[in-house]
Structures are given as C-alpha cells and as structure tokens.
Design a protein around this ligand. Structure first.
Ligand code: SF4
Ligand code: SF4
Length: 341
C-alpha cells in the first residue's frame, strides 16, 4: 500500500515537523501572486495557488549561479548541494522538471544542475485553482508526469498522499497517516481528473500533429504578424519552466588574479541572444529580426525537441501568456491559427 490519508487537523503538525527537520520550499503568497520560496511556518504554505510567478526549476537552476571561483591558475567548484523538499508542485511543473532533467543529463551531464536536483525530494500537489491562462490539459497529453517522490491531493476532511519512492515514504514519519480507503482514493482521482476540464484555454489539435504542421510553417508570413508588437524583453522565456538557456561570464576582481565564473538565465527572444563574434572584431546576429526570434521560440516549444523529449517542450502552464506586456506570447492562439492554414 502506497496511498495514505492525513486529516486536515493533523496536516499542520505534519508540516511543522517536516519544516523542523528539513529545508522545505513550496508555494507562498507574494502580494496578489504566488512564488516558490522557503516555508518557515506551516501557515505560509499555499496549496490553493493557481500558478507561481517563476517555476520551481529555479531551485536547481537559479537565475544567477556561481560555477567556479578562480585564483590565478587554481579553481574551485561552487557546487554545494543542499537536500531540499520541494513541496506542492503542480503536475505540469513536474513534467517540466523531468524535461529539464533529461536535457541537463544528456551528453555531458551538467552537475551544477544535477547536484541540486538529485538531493531534492519532490512532492506534487493537485491543482485546487486553475490559472486564467492555463492550457495544461490539451498539451502533451501522452506525456506522464514523472521523477517526483510523492503526490498529495486535497479531498474532503484531509489529504490523500501517494508515497511513490523511498524519499517520499520517508516523509510519513512526520505525520499521523493512515492507509487511504477506496472511497478516499476515488475522490482523489476524481479531483485530479475534473481539474482537466477547467482550463480556460485549449489547443485544438494533438501534439504530434502540431509538431509536424508548425514545422512546415517555417516560411509562413504569419510570424511577422504574430511578432509585430514584440518588445524583445525575453519575459516569455524567463518565466517558462522548460526554457533552459544560459549565458556564462567570467567576472574578474580588480586584482586581476581572482574572480568567479557565473551563469545567468538567457532567452532566445532577447535581441543579442544569437549574436556571435567573428574574426576582425566583427559580429553576426543570425536571428536579427523579431519574427525570426519569435518563430524560434514557438518552434522549440512545439517541434524541435519533440523527438528528444517524447512530447512538446511546453506544459501549458500559461506563465508566458501572463508575463507578456504585449499579450502576444500565448502559444494557444498562435498554434491554433497555424493549424488552420
Ligand atoms: S514577453 Fe512578449 S514582448 Fe516580451 S519577448 Fe516575449 S513575446 Fe516579445
Ligand atoms: S511556453 Fe508558456 S505555457 Fe508553455 S511551458 Fe513555457 S511558459 Fe508555460
């Protein structure tokens, strides 16, 4: 038996004991929105959140990360992984973390990411409130969320907890869990199914069909039209749970002996993202126009990574749609229109 139940009245004590023993990061209110942040008191955890401003990937892949400190010819790694419990992740973000795991693990494994990721415990939670721009139920339907250690679902009177791995089972010791009954499991499964009908936005076609057709629209004049109001601000990239591009820079101290190599999030919608140095002090930007950058992002989300990831590189969280000042980043109207051609 891997499914357990904990009463509402025991849940606060469970969280309190877990927080006492481990660093716990979860959804917290920040003014009118939500963020993933360290939970220091049980009442800070807001499992009723709709979506967070930034995705939980920031825990393993921070916006700015020191990689190596150097002193003359000597260098030391900045990897200091800290075992953390990431609690209350919606299923679309679990899918995104799994994609990022695959991308950082392939060919030359990136231990600056993997060291943090591997010592973490990820506990999912059901979606109690749906974000106004979400479309998670119509994208990548064949891609199952995986890689998490447990999953908690709110039902009447308490929570059903599915302890998936040994790390997930290890949390049982903090609370007064009992075996879940058939009726409780049915209620949890119903809650997780019913939320899929509540997405305000919807793709009209299946992901594989989209992947093929959108790729064939590379030369479409519509890219210019879609991107006309783009400010090239990169917000759509920066809030995305599946974007993983970064820039690396060596920052030297004034002594010209010591310094630090850092990486920072980058985004393909930023004007200079594709600028390369050439010989003789020249440079070349191979995606110079807004239309080419805009097209690249949609191609990455729908087509380019599909074979590698087994599905689209978009999980339908809707963060990009909400973050775009010009309101043109939402993949749904763009894809639906391209599919009509
Ligand atoms: S958020 Fe909107 S305006 Fe900014 S780069 Fe993305 S599409 Fe362009
Ligand atoms: S492209 Fe937009 S909707 Fe899709 S995963 Fe990224 S932020 Fe979410």
């Amino acid at each position: 038996m891997n499914a357990y139940f904990i009463k509402d009245t025991d849940f606060t004590q469970f969280l309190g004991k877990m927080i006492e023993a481990h660093k716990v990061v979860g959804p917290k209110a920040k003014k009118t929105r939500f963020v993933f942040d360290q939970i220091k008191k049980p009442e800070d955890l807001r499992l009723d959140y709709d979506v967070t401003i930034l995705p939980p990937k920031k825990l393993f892949f921070p916006p700015r990360q020191e990689l190596v400190r150097f002193h003359g010819q000597k260098a030391s790694s900045c990897i200091h992984p800290e075992g953390t419990i990431l609690f209350g992740v919606h299923f679309y973000d679990i899918k995104a973390i799994d994609m990022t795991d695959q991308l950082f693990r392939e060919t030359n494994p990136d231990w600056n990411y993997l060291a943090n990721r591997e010592c973490s415990t990820i506990i999912g939670s059901n979606i109690q409130n749906v974000y106004k721009r979400a479309f998670f139920s119509s994208v990548g339907k064949g891609v199952e969320p995986k890689g998490h250690d447990g999953f908690i679902t709110k039902i009447s009177g308490g929570y059903v907890y599915d302890a998936i791995t040994a790390k997930g089972k290890n949390l049982l010791k903090f609370g007064a869990f009992t075996d879940a009954t058939e009726a409780q499991l049915t209620e949890a499964s119903k809650a997780n199914k019913e939320v899929l009908d509540k997405c305000p936005e919807k793709l009209n076609n299946e992901s594989l069909e989209i992947s093929e057709k959108v790729r064939n629209q590379f030369k479409s004049p519509m890219w210019k039209e879609f991107s006309e109001k783009c400010f090239s601000c990169g917000s759509c990239n920066l809030v995305c749970p599946t974007c993983y591009c970064f820039d690396v820079q060596d920052n030297w101290n004034v002594d010209q002996q010591t310094g630090v190599r850092e990486r920072t999030w980058d985004g393909c919608l930023l004007e200079d993202f594709s600028t390369c140095s050439l010989t003789g002090g020249h440079k070349e930007n191979f995606r110079e126009t807004r239309a080419s950058r805009y097209r690249h992002r949609i191609m990455r989300k729908t087509s380019y990574l599909t074979a590698k990831l087994g599905g689209p590189a978009c999980v339908g969280c809707g963060r990009c749609a909400g973050a775009c000042t010009a309101d043109i980043a939402d993949p749904v109207p763009v894809i639906n229109r391209l599919m009509e051609v």
